[in-house]
Ligand binder design. Sequence first.
Ligand code: NI
Ligand code: MN
Length: 232
Amino acid sequence: MPTTLKYHGHATFELSDGETTVLIDPWFTGNPVATVTADNVTADTILITHAHNDHVGDGPAIAERTGAKLITVNELANYLTAKGLANVEGGNHGGTIAFTGGTAKFTQAWHSSSFSDESGSVAPGVPSGFIVRYGGVTIYFAGDTALFGDMALIGEEGIDIAVLPIGDKFTMGPADAVRAAKFVGAKTVVPSHFNTFPAIAQDGAAFATAIEEKTSSRAVVLKPGESFAISE
Ligand code: NI
Ligand code: MN
């Protein structure tokens, strides 16, 4: 059974090895480009990079329904636990947490992290990315971030697939994502966090061309609902 990476639009991804499923930043309800609803996904593990509502999304509800373990930055983990969610584990930059079928290492991300709830806006912790080892493959989910030079250190970990935001405005844009791809040196680059709404409209095909021309990586541009095999 090959391991697959599925894109649900925006920053929402699904990893599956045929036995377990990992959701990353699972935002379905209110996501204008999602092709499935939160009720129709399964998960054993949920990884959330930071507290912004477009990343926490349906994560807590899916965790509650499925019993999936939700892994996120410590302060957001504590916030969700205080709200009554049972199976939450917090970590922080540089730390690795094991889950059924793999591991997730927290990386830094240059961004912000706040959450709008019934009391207004709270800011539980810092933003992160993840280096996920799963199904024999190493995937770097950069999360919402600007370009930073220490992506070169992340590249030293041997990244097979780098999922990089390209939307601009709230994260790095395509030009900086090409520079990020050079630092990371992944075999494959997958763009994310674009074309969800007009403010982050980008040309995925033009980004793919820039990656092929300016880096040693290949680009795989997924439409929401599409997936591809990332291992044999
Ligand atoms: Ni964000
Ligand atoms: Mn975001």
